[in-house]
Design a protein around this ligand. Structure first.
Ligand SMILES: [Zn+2]
Ligand SMILES: [Zn+2]
Length: 346
């Protein structure tokens, strides 16, 4: 394997060594084995899960008990390919699908590889993520992007994939009325994806006026639930895409869903939910979770390349590898932050 251009032996990586403790360290550049691709990281989105690991050192049963590189929303450029790689070549711009399933368990064989219990997922202990200069991935999980997809957007194909998957789970179809609860990055890509799937009315609820304004700019109807209730706003969605992770907001929103409607639970944070059972029964609502995604990258890339979804509109700041801490705390310090991006190359 040879690196294009000059060939450094080490790279810089931002390493989480404990709660609130980040350091930039030199690490060996990983080598692509047969069927693998070395990607030089261009841009990486900061996700709520990265912030949670930084603040708390764990998410549920996943505990950061050894140094961990965060970041899983990554794009970049192919730097080298291992033996047998046929679809990618050095220099191609790419988006990385950050979870590699086992490809042999019943869920993988059933086509639901997002439910693989053996998945190796970026920035989920013990697997390192992409706040570093280079990563190695199997060829099948590295997707070429056209030139009109920006470096930031190549990274943000990952959260858009969450939205594409949620729209599929919720069967968003032409003419659908959709309510998105929560106007964070996932809510905003869900609103855009819903339009792309044919929804004609998309409402987005939140309490953050900056994020609601952005939802409005993206074509959705913003509803500030600190000023008006969903019931008073008169929404009656066919599909609820729940992105707030707030149990109370979720219960309120479920109580507005139309007959035979679908509820997709995407947001994390709420542990338990008060469910209005008669309402769910009488209206034959379907409730489902949505966990990551499967087979979404080609769709998500097409939506961005065709201009149907604007990911660059979400980006509110860029940070170098030395500034990952600022990137992770940006939304806490500044309520106008939507999506912070880390650019390991500076
Ligand atoms: Zn994410
Ligand atoms: Zn599997």
């Amino acid at each position: 394997m040879t690196l294009a251009g000059s060939a450094p032996a080490t790279m810089r990586a931002s390493v989480l060594n404990g709660i609130g403790n980040l350091a930039v360290e030199e690490r060996a550049i990983p080598q692509p084995g047969p069927g693998e691709v070395l990607v030089r990281i261009g841009s990486v989105g900061v996700c709520g899960s990265d912030i949670h690991y930084y603040d708390h050192g764990r998410i549920g049963r996943y505990v950061v008990d050894r140094p961990l590189v965060l970041g899983h929303e990554a794009g970049g450029q192919v730097a080298a390919v291992g033996a047998g790689v046929s679809t990618l070549a050095p220099g191609l711009r790419v988006s990385i699908e950050p979870g590699v399933p086992c490809r042999s368990c019943p869920q993988c064989l059933g086509g639901r590889y997002n439910l693989c219990p053996n998945v190796r997922f970026f920035a989920t202990p013990p697997y390192d993520g992409a706040f570093c200069e280079y990563v190695v991935m199997p060829e099948a999980f590295v997707h070429a992007v056209p030139d009109n997809v920006s470096d930031d957007a190549a990274g943000l194909i990952e959260p858009l994939s969450v939205a594409v998957w949620a729209c599929r789970r919720g069967q968003v179809s032409p003419g659908a009325r959709v309510l998105v609860t929560g106007a964070g990055p996932i809510g905003l890509v869900c609103a855009q994806a819903a339009f792309a799937f044919g929804a004609t009315e998309v409402a987005v609820s939140d309490v953050n006026p900056h994020r609601l304004a952005l939802a409005g700019e993206l074509g959705a109807r913003p509803i500030n639930v600190s000023e008006t209730s969903l019931a008073a706003a008169g929404v009656e969605p066919d599909v609820l895409l729940e992105c707030s992770g707030n149990a109370r907001a979720t219960t309120d929103a479920i109580g507005t869903v139309a007959r035979a409607g679908r509820v997709v639970l995407i947001g994390m944070g709420g542990d338990e939910l008060v469910l209005p059972l008669p309402y769910v029964q009488d209206r034959e609502l379907v409730l489902t979770g949505a966990f990551r995604y499967a087979n979404t990258w080609p769709t998500a890339i097409s939506l961005v390349a065709s201009g149907r979804v604007d990911l660059d509109a979400l980006v509110t700041g860029h940070y170098g590898l030395d500034e990952v801490e600022q990137a992770l705390t940006a939304s806490r310090r500044d309520p106008t932050t939507v999506k912070a991006m880390v650019r390991p190359g500076g």
